[in-house]
Design a protein. Sequence first.
Length: 187
Amino acid sequence: MANPSPESPPVVPHGPVAPRRGFISLLAVLAGGIAGLVPVAAGTLFFMDPILRKRKEAGGGLLRAGDISDLPTDGTPVRVVLKSDIVDAWTIYRDRVIGSIYLRLMPNGQVLAFNDTCTHLGCKVDYQPAEKQFFCPCHQSAFQLDGERKNLTPPRNMDSLEAEVKDGEIWVKYQNFQTATKEKKAI
C-alpha cells in the first residue's frame, strides 16, 4: 500500500453520513424550539391568569347579610355592614368591608334590602327612628321606609337590592349604583 501523496485530495465520506447530519440538525432545532416554547407558554399563562380565572362567588353572587332572627319583627330598618373577599389580580384580601345596607323584615316574612347610599350625590343615608324615615344629611333628602323619596332632591327612590332568605339566613346581591340619574344603573 502506497502512502498517499501530499497532492492527493483528502478522502471525503460519501453515502449515508451526510443525511444523518441533516436529520440530527433538524432534531436539534425542534428540541430547541420546544424547550424555548415551554417557558414562554408557562409565562404567558402566569400573566394571563387573572384575566382567564373566573371568580367563584359563594351563593351565586349573593353575600350573607345575617340571620333573619337579627331583624326586628316590627319592620324597623337595621343597617348591616357587608364583608367579602376582594380579589385583585393575584392578591386576595380576606374579609374586607365592601359596603353597608339597610334590611327590613316585613310582616309576610319577606326581607327588603336597600343600598344606604343616597341616589342624589352618594352620601350615606341614616335612619331616623323618631320620624320613621331615611334621611340624607348632605342635601336634606328623605325617603320613606319602603325606600320611596319624600322630596324632589334625590332623582329616584333608594336603590333596592335583591334579597332572599335561605334556612334562616339573609343573602343579598350587593351592588352600587350611579348617583344623580333618574335611571338605576349598576356600576
